[in-house]
Design a protein around this ligand. Structure first.
Ligand SMILES: Cc1cc2nc3c(=O)[nH]c(=O)nc-3n(C[C@H](O)[C@H](O)[C@H](O)COP(=O)(O)OP(=O)(O)OC[C@H]3O[C@@H](n4cnc5c(N)ncnc54)[C@H](O)[C@@H]3O)c2cc1C
Length: 375
């Protein structure tokens, strides 16, 4: 039997891998998409991702965004950030930043499912079972942070474990969220409530609560009423939050591969870089990788092979600086807010007030978070 030859072999069919497969198939390339063999049944992902305008644009171009079911994506119009002191606050609004919305909060499971449907109907994508041997000009590795292929290639993955765990869950609040995200930045936890329309329209939030791992384990072990009480206390008691899902937990780290490409292979998404979720940017970086690689491939010289390292280095050149910068920002914020010393508290609270008063700086920060290259 003659083995079918593909242009690109995408390993890893998470959101990044599926988006890449669809982007390349739209250029007429033949793509093999392969995931790992499931080891245990996966429960539904309770996370909701904050996606920026660039990520939404990519998903729109893949015709996935418009196909999301009702309630799976909720716009954020305002964001209220609070520090340790009552007067340390920072407010962002779509209106004053002159954008339609600051971000979208998207149901992780619904987005994966919709990308799965699009892949199934894409004319040039073949989903192959784990273990099938594949021949292709380019291997694109999107296997997430524990990528076995990256390890088999002997690529270093410098990793720093924060000793923190993020608890994620769906919540229902007593009052409508009005499209406003709330975030508490303080020592030792960072707590985000992302406005959401599932399970209940206008009153739901997605929770991402990053804490020292020992405290997170204590909270995870609590019965529902005790957890809700601890959560409501952490949010100042005014919102009236009730759990609407299981609680799920993720250990948090920052990591970066020391090489992103070589002859015939390239890394994308969490397989290449992992950042703390406090700024909700990990997937946005991965989708920007997809857009950059697809663009480089589309504009290659007609004679250039897809696996040519010269071509792949163009992708790395474009993505190395923004991913490193985001890594530094999230890591710096994490470290600043992890310090409990009075001086550190003073510095961050003053810093917040100063940023809040500086309109151009806020506009610049918003444009970066939205994935815009120039403000
Ligand atoms: C609590 C939390 C909240 C977050 N919130 C946000 C947010 O608001 N906004 C944001 O932008 N980001 C957020 N992130 C980051 C985001 O989750 C990740 O950056 C994103 O999921 C990475 O996608 P990926 O496709 O690269 O990797 P993954 O989602 O890990 O997918 C990897 C895929 O590869 C497959 N695979 C693994 N090994 C192999 C193998 N050997 N062969 C083939 N396939 C393999 C896996 O089965 C999986 O399907 C958050 C992260 C956490 C932990």
């Amino acid at each position: 039997m003659v083995m079918e030859r593909f242009d690109v072999h995408v390993r890893g069919s998470g959101i990044v891998g599926r988006s890449l497969a669809l982007s390349l198939a739209r250029q007429g390339l033949r793509v093999a998409l392969q995931d790992a063999a499931p080891t245990a049944p996966r429960g539904e992902d309770v996370r909701a991702y904050a996606l920026n305008a660039a990520s939404v644009g990519l998903l729109e171009s893949l015709r996935v965004w418009a196909a999301l079911p009702p309630g799976a994506a909720t716009p954020v119009y305002d964001m209220h950030v609070m520090g340790d002191a009552h007067d340390a606050t920072l407010d962002f609004s779509a209106y004053t930043q002159r954008v339609r919305e600051l971000a979208w909060i998207v149901d992780a499971a619904a987005l994966e499912a919709e990308l799965g449907n699009a892949v199934r109907f894409a004319p040039h994508v073949s989903e192959l079972p784990a273990g099938t041997e594949v021949q292709a000009s380019l291997l694109a590795v999107a296997e997430g942070k524990a990528s076995a292929t990256r390890e088999a290639f002997g690529i270093g993955f410098e990793r720093f474990d924060y000793g923190q765990t993020a608890i994620a869950a769906r919540l229902i609040a007593a009052e409508p969220h009005q499209g406003r995200a709330l975030q508490w930045f303080r020592s030792p936890d960072v707590l985000a409530l992302l406005p959401f329309d599932r399970p209940q329209a206008t009153r739901s939030y997605a929770l991402v609560w990053s804490l020292p791992s020992a405290r997170a384990q204590e909270l995870l072990a609590l019965e529902t009423p005790a957890f809700e009480q601890a959560l409501n206390e952490a949010c100042g008691g005014a919102i009236g939050l009730a759990l609407a899902s299981e609680r799920a937990a993720w250990p948090l780290s920052q990591a970066r591969a020391d090489r992103w490409c070589g002859p015939g292979w390239v890394l994308l998404g969490d397989a290449a870089h992992v950042v703390h979720p406090l700024a909700g940017q990990g997937l946005n970086l991965g989708l920007a990788d997809v857009a950059a690689l697809a663009d480089v491939i589309e504009h290659r010289e007609p004679w250039r092979d897809l696996g040519d390292p010269k071509l792949l280095r163009r992708y790395v050149r474009e993505r190395a600086a923004p991913t490193a910068a985001m890594g530094r920002v999230t890591d710096g914020l994490q470290r600043l807010f992890a310090l409990d010393a009075p001086l550190a508290r003073e510095v961050r609270n003053r810093g917040m007030s100063l940023v809040d008063a500086a309109t151009p700086l806020k506009r610049w920060l918003t444009s970066r978070a939205l994935g815009q290259r120039r403000a």
